[in-house]
Structure formats: structure tokens, C-alpha cells
Design a binder for this molecule. Structure first.
Ligand code: IDP
Ligand code: MG
Length: 136
């Protein structure tokens, strides 16, 4: 079964800083995900804490929020068949050391913290995350 979905993607500060945004966006297009919306922004640590609040009890929460707010990011709404799972397949495992060949995190990730991209993990979270960044 396939269904057309939307998901939120973020190109994280480590990848924006290394000018990888174009390459990453080309990869999504090549993989048949349409970029419906995109913007480059920098968020505050408070906004990052709100965005990542599901992780607020984790030992790495503080570092995660400092990092996401440390520089410009590119946020996108991606659309396509099974876009949520497709985006996660294209990104690869959270830890670049465990990511499969050819995935964005294998290609570009530096560490589990600086793993270059974010992708929503469920239909419910995709809706929340899209409206967090695109309020219309
Ligand atoms: P995901 O980004 O693959 O969905 P999550 O478990 O949702 O992974 O974690 C969110 C982000 O928090 C990850 O992308 C990663 O940067 C960071 N993170 C996750 N687990 C750890 C960890 O064990 N140590 C340090 N950072 C982590
Ligand atoms: Mg996640």
C-alpha cells in the first residue's frame, strides 16, 4: 500500500555550514520526493527545545537543542508516496556509523549529534512538525 504523505525535513547546521543543502535537495528530488516548501532560518534555543520536546528527558537533550539553534538550518515540506518512511530511508540510521551506504547520513554525517538531517517519524509528528515551521 502506498499513500501520498507530507513530512518535515531539516538540513541541520553542520550540513548547511558545509554548503550541502543543494546536494541534499537534489537527492530528495531524484528519489521522487517533491519539495513543496523550503526556507532557510535560524531558531532560538527555546524554539529548538519546543521542537524536540519529545526528547526532553534524554541525557543528550541540552546538547541537541544548543546544536540545532547554533546556525542556519533549511526546513522543508517533502511530499510523495510514503514520504515519511521514504525520507527516513534516504536519511539512514541516526548514527552515521550505522547508516547504510548511499544514505545522507552515511555520505555527510559527522557524528550522532552532527548527523546532517532530520525527518519526521510518523504521520502525527509530521503534521505537528510541519505546522511548527510553516504556520499557514
Ligand atoms: P532521528 O533523528 O533519527 O529521528 P531521534 O532518536 O529522534 O533520531 O533523535 C533526535 C536527534 O537526537 C538525532 O538525530 C541525534 O542527532 C540526537 N541523538 C539521538 N540519540 C542520541 C544519542 O544517543 N546521543 C547523542 N545524540 C543523540
Ligand atoms: Mg526522531
Amino acid at each position: 500500500m502506498s499513500s501520498v504523505e507530507q513530512t518535515l525535513s531539516i538540513i541541520k547546521p553542520d550540513a548547511v555550514e558545509r554548503n550541502l543543502a543543494d546536494k541534499i535537495q537534489k537527492k530528495f528530488i531524484q528519489e521522487k520526493l517533491k519539495i513543496l516548501k523550503t526556507k532557510k532560518i535560524q531558531i532560538s534555543k527555546e524554539e529548538a527545545s519546543e521542537f524536540y520536546k519529545v526528547h526532553q528527558t534524554k541525557p543528550f537533550f541540552e546538547r541537541l537543542c544548543s546544536y540545532l539553534s547554533s546556525g542556519p538550518i533549511v526546513v522543508m515540506v517533502l511530499e510523495g508516496n510514503n514520504a515519511i518512511a521514504e525520507n527516513r530511508r534516504i536519511m539512514g540510521a541516526t548514527d552515521p556509523n550505522n547508516a547504510e551506504e548511499g544514505t545522507l547520513r552515511k555520505l555527510y554525517g559527522i557524528s550522532i549529534d552532527k548527523n546532517s538531517v532530520h525527518g519526521s517519524d510518523s504521520v502525527e509528528n509530521a503534521k505537528k512538525e510541519i505546522s511548527f515551521f510553516f504556520k499557514d
